[in-house]
Design a protein around this ligand. Structure first.
Ligand code: LMR
Length: 416
């Protein structure tokens, strides 16, 4: 084997969302606008520490907590609350077949899921939505290099809606037993288009028939509707349709399992604290112990055990009925503000006669708008107008407010 000279390694580009933030921070133009990274901003386009989180910080400060190691699987009190948030109290309290581990945010959960699948499930393919969060590709490339990445149709540019037929046809015709399919649980990144409840049921039926292993990525719970329970509907429905006791008689058509990658970064505004969880669901008539032990071993090799602060904050908020209600209100405020700027941008574009139909901006949901702007137009927005967004046309709407929306709309009209 030839030892490579690390000095010869080529320089790689930064992932786009981080490169955009760096470029925006360096930009000296006073009216610059950051619509790049998927992070919530308040009405002054500033980071927002949720009031419920601030209160939890004070509580923790007064408790004078220590800084001992957590167990490898994470803080069990945090995991109980995180599981309830995702699955609802009823499923969470009775489901022996859900194993949960604390992770380094949603990315860590996705990575752990990919590693586990590559080593233990050995799928031939992983099906990824076209388009998706760019990190899905990188994570699977790094953690599961022997698994072939395939795109399934998701976004239909002609209708600016979901291409459900294309998606189902691709899974029906190309997926094999135990292949993995990554689904965005809500507020799809980057398109802002989610399946309806009827469409989710059709997807679950194909998953069952083809015995696919779903990896749900749940990064934006609360951002689609303003309500965390409503946004977890698809996950709970898949659980009921695929993994409950009543199905045992038809166990031959049950997938081997399902992962849910849960981020608490966005809905608690704890971006830099890197807090998340991975939940493994297996059929109720199989034993979770072996799979859990293998996940624990992977965590031990990667990070030894997870970190404390984010878990403590989330647990403190969710464990206190009053604080939990305040947090639900915080989530509603964030979702509502984004909805409000959607409407503002659309009406501003229409008011100034920007060419085209802009109704999709208001119809899409969650943190993003998939604007339909081309790579060249996005580049021009950045170079001439100091407006930063992803080259695929994704706009992170929380960078907009009443003050800059007219400037952004004017710039869009200009580059069309
Ligand atoms: C995004 O999609 O912009 C965020 O999730 C940040 C990231 O990691 O890319």
């Amino acid at each position: 084997m030839t030892l490579r000279n690390v000095g010869d390694l080529p320089v790689l580009p930064l992932p786009e969302s981080f490169a955009l933030t760096a470029a925006y921070n360096d930009d000296q133009f006073p009216n610059k606008v950051n619509l790049g990274q998927g992070v919530y901003r308040d009405n002054n386009c500033q980071p927002w520490v949720l009031p419920s989180v601030r209160e939890a910080e004070e509580t923790l400060h007064n408790q004078q907590v220590n800084h001992e190691y957590l167990p490898i699987a994470g803080d069990s009190k945090f995991l109980t609350k995180a599981r309830q948030l995702l699955f609802g109290p009823q499923i969470a309290s009775s489901a022996e077949n859900i194993s949960s581990l604390q992770t380094v945010a949603g990315t860590g959960a996705n990575h752990l899921a990919a590693l586990f699948c590559a080593r233990n499930l050995c799928p031939k393919n992983v099906f990824i939505s076209d388009p998706t969060w760019d990190n899905h590709h990188l994570i699977w490339e790094m953690a599961a290099p022997n698994v072939t990445q395939r795109l399934y149709p998701y976004y239909d540019p002609t209708t600016r809606g979901l291409n459900l037929d294309g998606m189902l046809a691709e899974l029906e015709s190309s997926a094999e037993d135990n292949d993995v399919v990554i689904l965005h649980a809500c507020a799809h990144n980057p398109t802002g288009i989610d399946p309806t409840r009827e469409q989710w049921k059709k997807i679950a039926q194909v998953v069952r028939r083809k015995k696919l292993f779903v990896v749900f990525d749940c990064a934006y719970q609360g951002f689609a509707s303003g309500n965390a329970d409503a946004d977890a509907w698809a996950i709970r429905e898949f659980y009921s349709m695929l993994f409950t006791e009543e199905l045992s008689s038809s166990s031959s058509s049950t997938p081997a399992g399902m992962f849910v990658c849960q981020s608490l970064s966005k809905n608690f505004g704890l971006y830099g604290e890197r807090i998340g969880a991975l939940h493994l669901i297996i059929p109720p008539w199989t034993s979770p112990e072996g799979a859990k032990a293998h996940l624990v071993q992977l965590v031990r090799a990667e990070i030894s055990c997870p970190s404390l602060f984010g878990a403590r904050i989330v647990h403190t908020v969710l464990d206190d009925a009053e604080l939990c209600t305040k947090w639900q209100e915080d989530v509603r405020i964030m979702a509502l503000r984004i909805k409000t700027v959607r409407a503002l941008l659309k009406s501003e574009l229409e008011k100034i006669g920007a060419r085209g139909d802009w109704s999709h901006i208001e119809q899409q949901i969650g943190m993003f708008s998939f604007t339909g702007l081309s790579i060249a137009q996005v580049q021009e927005l950045r170079e001439r107008h100091h407006i930063y967004m992803l080259s695929n046309g994704r706009m992170s709407l929380s960078g907009l407010n009443e003050t800059n929306v007219a400037y952004v709309a004017g710039a869009i009209r200009d580059v069309l």
